[in-house]
Design a protein around this ligand. Sequence first.
Ligand SMILES: *Cc1c(COP(=O)(O)O)cnc(C)c1O
Length: 333
Amino acid sequence: MAFIKIDRENFFYNLNQFVERTGSKDKIAIVLKDNAYGHGLEIMAKLSYEFGLTQAVVRDINEAKSIDKYFKNILILGDRAVANSKYSFAINSLDDIERAEIGSVVELKVDTGMHRNGIALDELDSALKLIEDRGLTLKGVMSHNRSADELSSELFWQNRIFNQIKERVKSSGRFKNIRFHSYNSASALRLDCKNQDLIRIGIGAYGYNELPEVYNKIELKPVLSLWANRVATRRLKRGQRVGYGGEYIADRDMTISTYDLGYGDGWIRSNSFKVHIGDLPIIGRVSMDYISLEAIDDEILIFDNVTKIAREMRTISYEILTQLSKTVERRVI
Ligand SMILES: *Cc1c(COP(=O)(O)O)cnc(C)c1O
């Protein structure tokens, strides 16, 4: 079976780069949504705990439940708020405040320009009032940047808007001890983090720095590598075809092997003709459980850095990683 190696040392190395930027482990929330970007929710939660992190971010309450023993607080991005002293819930709309269970802890998300989730700027006062009236505890005010990884001024105007929100919330005098946070990995890699209450780190912790080359780039080290095992080897004669549809035609005599990785394991099938494993093109179509390569190794490294493959597949590293099936074995090394 195909398997995944999780490199503990690289993960800690990456986290340390962010600790240097914030000056504190408590100011880093590890984003573990979507099976920790495909790395494995519980494995990465446990490693984060061993490193000394105390804050995490997930998508729903089921994810939170399976890892809450490792953290002081878990921010849940997309679920109905319920009363639980360890969980805080992102408020994405005024309706979310109405729906929240009395006694729940919430973090108000404000839309500073991404226009995806969060309340509008002109709803801020009503949202704060509603949170107070409903007896919810406001733990934080947050936002999300839409193009922190692009070479433009957008990040700066989104930040300016967020700073204005900070002032408005503080001067409303309604709430005490609120944490303000809007930085994801790219923001944290680009901007000074010393005065941030919290940064929410996903892709950077997993080892990818998606900033354009012109920035003074911090090197990060990919944590996940994907491997497959050889199932069978055969000699092909020139002109013979391989795989479903017989789309690949050997242009010479060659030796190929089948490896046990396919779209059933979450390996994306589309654009597979353009994808190279190392230097080797994938031969023919990707099947549910197999790919063919011109190789004879018993164990083959599919990737230890997904950047090139993501480019060949015309997608982003996040997608390839998060697609990897939960049933593929993860080994921590
Ligand atoms: C996914 C997510 C993050 C992490 O973003 P990265 O670019 O992976 O660091 C941070 N905040 C929110 C609200 C998110 O949804």
